[in-house]
Design a protein around this ligand. Sequence first.
Ligand code: SF4
Ligand code: SF4
Length: 175
Amino acid sequence: MGTINVVNVAAKHKPSWYQRLYSYSIAKGLWITLKHFIKAAFLKGAVTLEFPEKKRKFSSRFRGMHTMKRDEIGRERCTSCFCCMWICPADAIKIEAGHVTPEIQHLHPEDKFAKKFEIDLLRCIFCGMCEEACPKGAIYLDGPAEMAADNREDLILTKERMMQKVGGPILGERV
Ligand code: SF4
Ligand code: SF4
């Protein structure tokens, strides 16, 4: 039978006499708390925010809730091509296409528009694939980050909720 080499990767820690005192650990813990208190209260070093009065400034790459854009003359950019729906790995997007009629032509740049467009935030994993896939620059994840709700209906983003005012970012840009 062969020999098995056992390697000790960490030396056994032997606490000194004062480290064995109960009061030493308490004092050490309280010192850390006091340090953070002084930093937060007097040196403006708080790592927490008084939410919701104060809001964190997110990076431009942050992915919040989805928004849908209009072009510079107010027409909906989405042309109901379904690219975002097919690419979504979480199957979170549902679109119902409609045909543009002469009465609503002024609202849409092409033949089709999204009669119904819903995103289920309970399924969405905020991967940003829909934003990447959209050939019209119609959908961006540049909306608010606060999405807590106490019922499932509020976590379904409808087109009306996502639609922003005229003049969103141009293709490939974010607000
Ligand atoms: S962010 Fe990802 S998971 Fe969410 S709707 Fe877009 S493609 Fe789907
Ligand atoms: S949001 Fe973009 S990708 Fe999705 S259906 Fe509309 S135009 Fe197509």
